[in-house]
Design a binder for this molecule. Structure first.
Ligand SMILES: *[C@@H]1O[C@H](CO)[C@@H](O)[C@H](O)[C@H]1NC(C)=O
Ligand SMILES: *[C@@H]1O[C@H](CO)[C@@H](O)[C@H](O)[C@H]1NC(C)=O
Ligand SMILES: *[C@@H]1O[C@H](CO)[C@@H](O)[C@H](O)[C@H]1NC(C)=O
Ligand SMILES: *[C@@H]1O[C@H](CO)[C@@H](O)[C@H](O)[C@H]1NC(C)=O
Ligand SMILES: *[C@@H]1O[C@H](CO)[C@@H](O)[C@H](O)[C@H]1NC(C)=O
Ligand SMILES: *[C@@H]1O[C@H](CO)[C@@H](O)[C@H](O)[C@H]1NC(C)=O
Ligand SMILES: *[C@@H]1O[C@H](CO)[C@@H](O)[C@H](O)[C@H]1NC(C)=O
Length: 637
């Protein structure tokens, strides 16, 4: 089953897709952007962050001098690792935090890694001062005083601010998440017939304009390039300026790709329509549509003077625009411009705005009125006892609902409740304070979150893989370490049974193994991998990201190699794991690759051991079916 939010591609390919776009649009910076081993020395000339050096912190007598200031990576990360007085509960979510200090001190980091750490430093300072403040207000008691500021479920035009130039802005305090949507009802008007919807990110201190995660510009009278009406979509950031425009209708219809299985531009847009009909004519030369002399009309979703209902949805691979119930356009997410970063919706130009609603927004559950809180809390770790399995779940700060669904479903397996198997969410910081505040409360309430000392950009996801290896071997001692995602349903008991029957404790990679995959070498491909990133023609065997298991010796070796700076970084975390294991194999490790076809990385099939792309509702349904004693049967919304 493919649904709009259940992308066709494994998550590991989304990154490639994004990167592909980037490379096409910015060939000059290719070197900076595609090098998986980010070498500060040889990328200084093209690196937009060139004011950062790896040197020791310079003695800067004038900290106000920020524009010219050369800041070291140590200095950038200093606020993250400054010793603080954490309570015991707070320490629970920081077990891997200090171990990850090495991430930032190694030169082998990814593009955006420096941004991710610097921005995390600011976010962490803000969070810590708000925690401090509440602590003093409540006179030392660690209890948070009421929840005045909670992420809203939905927002409407009433929450909008009208600006003087007929534009409106809506503050989205906790970002968007998969399944969120923004619906705008309005009538295009005015002389120029141009209006736009911008989704912008957080303001960057010192920059006048925030990044634009999606610029959706409707030009009813065309522009320099076309006389006909057109929709132009793009992104904008300080470092990279405007990206590559995506036009609808596109100048080259043959390049009309798909995002979330939906056309980037509905093929009807810009096509002739029969009189009075919204259908495209059959443009066959033999049977031309008869018009009485005037130009044939072209289909376009927006029309001057006519009311339109436009809904922008957050999909798995990109934003989807539906107008009056019809899919019109898709726009793939770009690197570092992911939907959870959206902090404002701006609507401006020649449009009479009648209504606007943002719904499906990420919110956390109110734990104060929760009856089943005790069974949702993570059982305490017992450091002396060896675990059978440690499961690290990759999650993003505002995915509150997905984490709750995991807690209510497969984290309720007896083996998890009894502490034989431990499960932890690995979550990076968000740029928005309200999200971090809620994440902090959630971490303290459930005790099952590991905070990461970086902003959760997709491009540095491999760092989390290292973090789960650290947790599984340094924080707890576990025979096996598993990685999964927060939209995956894991039948933990089946995984344990499989591991038992495989009956090896060393050198194991278990999962949906792919032994015959190649890097995409066509630079136009969404999945392009440059020879600098991976020079060989094939990848070593690797297991798909939604659910794989390694034995503890492998996890230990990964942490050890990482500490020494010997770990090759690769942006697809699941392939990276395969690469690291192949490296150990070359050095003499006897590796057992154990493929399990019941692990599904593109949805669910009956008899699954791991099902991927499951919405919170489907997760609960899967669990219920298992509880009712039915065979592992799938659900779909
Ligand atoms: C980085 O590049 C410089 C110059 O090209 C080279 O000397 C150095 O060994 C490289 N470092 C890494 C970690 O690749
Ligand atoms: C932690 O608390 C102790 C005692 O309350 C205090 O002496 C110390 O300065 C505190 N440390 C930090 C980093 O706040
Ligand atoms: C904290 O303590 C001060 C003085 O000890 C008291 O005036 C104040 O009301 C207390 N605040 C709270 C929230 O208990
Ligand atoms: C949005 O507006 C409604 C109605 O005025 C208000 O109750 C709500 O608190 C607002 N939400 C936010 C996040 O400002
Ligand atoms: C268009 O016209 C051709 C030739 O008459 C016909 O074979 C074809 O089925 C038509 N297509 C549609 C979509 O009506
Ligand atoms: C052309 O079509 C329009 C709209 O249907 C109609 O008003 C007009 O009279 C027609 N002109 C001729 C010359 O047939
Ligand atoms: C597991 O392997 C060991 C030796 O490799 C063997 O002695 C044992 O019987 C095996 N256990 C099962 C359940 O196959």
């Amino acid at each position: 089953m493919k649904r709009w939010y259940g992308g066709v591609f494994s998550t590991s390919f989304i990154m490639l897709l994004l990167l592909g776009y980037y490379i096409v649009q910015n060939p000059i910076k290719e070197n900076y952007f595609t090098s998986p081993v980010f070498n500060y020395t040889n990328t200084l000339s093209t690196n937009p962050l060139e004011w950062i050096t790896m040197a020791a912190p310079p003695a800067d007598p004038n900290p106000e001098n920020s524009a010219q200031k050369v800041v070291s990576i140590e200095k950038i990360s200093s606020s993250l690792f400054r010793p603080r007085n954490y309570s015991l509960e707070e320490k629970e979510s920081l077990h891997t935090w200090n171990h990850l200090k090495e991430l930032v001190s190694h030169s082998q980091v990814f593009p955006n890694a420096v941004d991710a750490i610097r921005e995390a430093g600011g976010a962490w300072n803000n969070l810590m001062s708000s925690v401090e403040q509440e602590r003093t207000q409540s006179n030392g008691s660690s209890q948070r005083s009421g929840k005045q500021k909670q992420c809203p479920h939905f927002l409407s035009k009433m929450n909008m601010t009208a600006l003087d130039d007929n534009s409106f802005k809506l503050w989205v305090p906790c970002g968007l998440t998969q399944g969120s949507s923004v619906t705008i009802i309005g009538i295009p008007n005015g002389l120029l017939g141009n209006f736009k919807i911008d989704l912008t990110g957080e303001h960057i201190p010192g920059e006048p304009d925030p990044p634009i995660i999606l610029h959706y510009n409707v030009r009813l009278h065309g522009d320099k390039i076309t006389e006909n009406p057109v929709i132009v979509q793009n992104t904008w950031t300080v470092n990279h300026d405007w990206g590559e425009e995506k036009r609808c209708p596109p100048p080259n219809p043959e390049k009309n790709k798909k995002v979330d299985d939906l056309e980037e531009c509905n093929a009807r847009v810009g096509q002739d329509v029969k009189h009075g009909q919204n259908r495209p004519a059959n443009v066959s030369a033999k049977h031309p549509v008869t018009h009485n002399g005037s130009n044939p009309k072209k289909y376009f979703p927006f029309k001057q003077g006519f009311l339109s209902v436009a809904t922008l949805r957050v999909g798995s691979e990109g934003f989807q625009m539906t107008v009056d119930g019809r899919h019109i356009s898709s726009f793939a997410y770009h690197e570092t411009l992911e939907p959870w970063l959206v902090s404002e919706v701006r609507i401006s130009g020649d449009i009479k705005l009648i209504s606007a609603v943002a719904s499906g927004l990420p919110t956390s559950e109110d734990s104060e009125h929760m009856i089943d809180l005790d069974v949702l809390k993570a059982p305490p770790l017992s450091p002396r006892k060896q675990l059978d399995l440690f499961i690290g779940v990759f999650s993003t700060a505002n995915n509150f609902k997905r984490r709750m669904a995991v807690r209510r479903t497969w984290m309720q397996y007896e083996v998890v409740r009894s502490g034989q198997v431990a499960v932890r969410f690995f979550v990076g910081l968000h740029k928005n304070q309200m999200v971090n505040d809620e994440l902090w409360d959630e971490a303290r309430t459930y005790g099952d979150i590991q905070l990461m000392p970086f902003i959760d950009y997709y491009s540095i996801i491999t760092w989390k893989t290292i973090a789960i290896c650290i947790f599984g071997t340094e924080v707890v001692s576990s025979k096996f370490v598993m990685k999964t995602d927060d939209d995956a349903f894991v039948r933990v008991d089946e995984i344990l049974t499989s591991l038992k029957s495989v009956n090896v404790t060393r050198g194991l990679l278990y999962g949906l193994i792919n032994s015959d995959s190649h890097p995409h070498r066509d630079p136009d491909s969404k999945w392009y991998i440059s020879p600098e990133e991976w020079s060989e023609e094939t990848y070593p065997p690797w297991a798909h990201g939604p659910g794989y298991v390694v034995s503890s010796d492998i996890a230990k070796a990964i942490y050890k190699n990482h500490k020494k700076g010997h770990l090759k970084m690769f942006k697809l975390e699941d392939v990276a794991m395969g690469i690291w294991i192949a490296d150990m194999k070359k050095k003499g490790l006897e590796v057992r690759y154990e493929k399990d076809e019941r692990i599904f990385n593109e949805g669910c099939k009956d008899g699954y051991v791991v099902a991927h792309y499951q919405s919170p509702r489907e997760m609960l349904c899967l669990w219920q079916k298992l509880q009712e004693g039915k065979r592992a049967a799938c659900c779909s919304d």
